[in-house]
Design a protein around this ligand. Structure first.
Ligand SMILES: [Zn+2]
Length: 341
């Protein structure tokens, strides 16, 4: 079954979706050793089916697996790669931002990829996607390093480059399976918008994405002062930045304009849905937001999506309704601009 992604203003998601009860239960029981791995797998697959079904029902063009299996974006990968240890005691929990806490991993040895970590879920989602492309999403080397304690590598750069080499293997496995929208999440980068960190990340990303030029190479950044990363971001070896805009009241558009993002030829993942507010946006709000970006970006380079992952909303109905409004508003704009559905 093939699905045609619209040539202008395609809609997409950043990745996570509120956890379905069946995923929560599966993770809890799995953690306590109360279910077989077959049973666990079945429950996770069902949660992914539900997440995919919601996105299709909302009309999203490029979807995700909803990250139903992932405890969070750091620990999930740290627990599955050699070189990390992840504690389990109360003192191992630290705060990243807002009220988001996680178990901070410690790097104690050379980082090594042991085998695919996200491929099974990407395949499950693809199986249910009715031809829609499914984004392959991994946490990037900079963020993996930044959100861990380093007790092994001489300096942070060495750790980041080794992570990049190993995460490349993960992305390559997804690419080889057919994934053509490849997203690397680097939320930590905007919290340290310093020249040196930006340079290291640029080098690391060229390693992660190596040899995948016929795929969309996407980097998602949020949480911090993204405007401080310009103009250096425009030199990154990627096709698209997926950024947040509602969260900064669309102030980031000033940087997009000032640094002439449009001339870089890169695509822009444009956040029009607030993931920190349970209030569902109005269609007019989303339409106005889209018209605002179209003053400085061509419509075929803009992907409409929420600011960040929807998991934090914690409520499936709210997440679904937000996606639905986002798609409806985008379709109206496409029509008003004279593009046929
Ligand atoms: Zn984000």
């Amino acid at each position: 079954m093939s699905y045609r992604v619209p040539k202008v203003l395609p809609t997409t998601v950043v990745g996570s979706y509120p956890k379905f009860p069946i995923a929560k239960e599966a993770l809890k029981k799995h953690y306590k050793g109360e279910i077989s791995s077959e049973e666990f797998e079945k429950m996770i697959k069902e949660a992914i089916r539900l997440a995919v079904e919601d996105q299709i029902k909302a009309g999203v063009d490029i979807i995700s697996d909803g990250e139903q299996r992932r405890e969070d974006m750091e620990v999930y990968f740290a627990e599955r790669m050699e070189g990390f240890v992840v504690g389990n005691k109360p003192e191992d929990w630290v705060r990243i931002f807002d009220n988001v806490h996680y178990r901070k991993p410690v790097v104690v040895g050379k980082i090594r990829w042991k085998g695919p970590m996200t491929l099974t879920d990407w395949k499950y989602a693809t199986e249910y996607a009715q031809g829609r492309p499914v984004k392959a999403i991994i946490t990037g080397p900079y963020t993996m390093a930044d959100w861990a304690f380093n007790e092994y590598y001489g300096d942070k750069k060495e750790l980041i480059i080794d992570l990049a080499k190993e995460l490349h293997k993960e992305l390559k496995a997804l690419y080889d399976a057919g994934a053509r929208y490849l997203q690397v999440d680097e939320p930590a980068l905007s919290t340290h918008p310093y020249k040196e960190d930006i340079e290291i990340t640029k080098e690391a990303l060229s390693i992660v994405f190596q040899g995948m030029d016929d795929a969309k190479k996407i980097v998602h950044i949020c949480h911090g002062r993204v405007e401080k990363l310009f103009p250096d971001l425009l030199e990154f070896p990627v096709d698209q930045f997926d950024l947040e805009f509602v969260n900064n009241n669309f102030k980031l558009l000033e940087a997009i304009k000032e640094y002439d993002y449009a001339s870089s030829g890169k695509e822009l993942g444009y956040g029009v849905i607030d993931i920190h507010s349970k209030k569902v946006e109005s269609k007019d709000f989303v339409k106005n937001a889209i018209y605002k970006v179209l003053e400085i970006m061509p419509p075929e380079k803009v992907y409409v999506k929420p600011d960040c992952g929807l998991k934090i909303l914690g409520d499936r109905d709210i997440a679904f309704n937000k996606l639905k409004v986002m798609v409806e508003a985008t379709k109206e704009v496409r029509k008003e601009l004279g593009y046929e559905e």
